[in-house]
Write a protein that binds this ligand. Structure first.
Ligand SMILES: Nc1ncnc2c1ncn2[C@@H]1O[C@H](COP(=O)(O)OP(=O)(O)O)[C@@H](O)[C@H]1O
Ligand SMILES: [Mg+2]
Length: 382
């Protein structure tokens, strides 16, 4: 049985002629983007969806080659030729993921289908791209994956630390006991003291591992994030001066108080600032900025820490939140700073964004949602 809507079969007379309606017409006002361009890469159609996704109006883009929508480094790597070859191989390229540039300079991820447009003789005269913005869902998936991975590691690490801690207590307790029984001039008393010292060091490490800071009862009070940042920079001033680092602060005045535990927020900021300082051994600039930011209908406080240090290579970027991951030499980094930071930020239902490239410094943004109890500074002043 056919449900085809041709004129003969429909019971009701209609002026709707589907044959004359190309799906380009259907996509005119669709939230999906549509771009049509010719073989010289000149844009001929740019629908409402494309306007929303890229931030350009169609008047701004029609008649121009589409290169300005592609990040420069991808153009340099031959992105256009790469896609072209893939489309020409099959006449169509389906649901491939690409990175493009929004008018405001931000990068967006698109799921794109590109097809050839042929003339009557079958010669390619242009291409059409239909695409969706999947930036948010990709970020979300990445975040979810990392969170799942870290929760698994956290369970393992805290279980191990607990077991080791019990054994450590026994070693330490019995060593103490023997020490008190030994005469002070016994040749073994020094060895026992060394054992007890090693136990102390292990216990301190265990304390960090069990994320003492993030697990202990929180003391939630209204916090002035700007004041905390100034205090921390003051605390770090000797190191900053020694390494010839310039600091610049951009603290928004009307930022609401954040309901949080001061030690935890300090821990988050300190870990990130320390990393920046360590990434600029021969001087540089440390920029700290706060702002308010709205995301999914919720107000967030944004804390951004930016350095122009060594930067992070792409292959390392996905690992920096793992416990014990460090690129610093033995004794310099334990690789726990960002792991703990990530755990803490997660407890406040916030998120961290890291943008970096080798030689181009590093920018860490922390978004903390301002809960329903947030006290507006203006109200509080009254
Ligand atoms: N601002 C930064 N610049 C360059 N690399 C960084 C920066 N922040 C973090 N990293 C990288 O992430 C790794 C993990 O950081 P972290 O968890 O704080 O551990 P640690 O500082 O002990 O190495 C660092 O070893 C370094 O390679
Ligand atoms: Mg660190």
């Amino acid at each position: 049985m056919s449900y085809a809507l041709n004129k003969k079969e429909t019971a009701f007379p209609s002026r709707l002629d589907l044959d004359r309606l190309s799906y380009r017409d259907l996509l005119k006002n669709s939230p999906d983007g549509l771009i049509v361009f010719d073989t010289h890469d000149i844009i001929h159609a740019f629908n409402k969806g494309a306007e929303d996704i890229f931030g350009y109006s169609s008047e701004e883009v029609l008649g121009r080659p589409f290169y300005f929508l592609i990040p420069l480094e991808l153009l340099d790597k031959g992105e256009i030729q790469r896609l072209q070859e893939m489309v020409n191989a099959n006449g169509r390229l389906e649901r491939c993921y690409v990175t493009r540039l929004h008018k405001n300079g931000s990068r967006i991820k698109l799921e794109l289908t590109r097809s050839q447009i042929l003339d009557e003789q079958g010669v390619v005269i242009g291409y059409e791209c239909v695409f969706r913005d999947v930036t948010q869902s990709i970020e979300f998936e990445k975040e979810l994956l990392l969170t799942e991975k870290l929760s698994a590691v956290e369970t393992l690490v805290s279980g191990m630390a607990h077991e080791l801690g019990t054994s450590l207590n026994i070693i330490q307790g019995h060593s103490d006991l023997i020490l008190t029984e030994l005469s002070p001039d016994s040749p073994f008393s020094d060895s026992l003291k060394t054992i007890i010292q090693a136990c102390d060091r292990m216990a301190a490490l265990m304390k960090t591992l069990l994320l003492d800071v993030s697990r202990r009862e929180r003391e939630i009070v209204p916090l002035d994030i700007g004041e905390i940042i100034r205090d921390l920079l003051n605390f770090l001033r000797i190191q900053i001066k020694k390494q010839n680092i310039k600091t610049s602060l951009d603290i928004q005045d009307d930022i609401p108080f954040f309901q949080g535990d001061r030690t935890q927020i300090e821990e988050i900021l300190l870990n990130i600032m320390m990393n920046s300082i360590q990434a600029m051994p021969d001087g540089g600039e440390l920029k700290v900025r706060t702002a308010t930011h709205s995301e999914n209908g919720w107000d967030h406080i944004l804390m951004e820490i930016k350095d122009n240090g060594v930067g992070i290579p792409l292959e390392i970027l996905s690992r920096i939140f793992e416990p014990f991951f460090t690129t610093k030499g033995v004794g310099k980094g334990a690789g726990l700073g960002l792991y703990i930071t990530h755990n803490l930020v997660r407890r406040y239902k916030g998120r961290i964004k890291v943008e970096s490239a080798p030689g181009c410094g590093c920018s860490v943004s922390i978004f903390l949602p301002v809960g329903p109890y947030a006290i507006n500074r203006k109200e509080d002043d009254r």
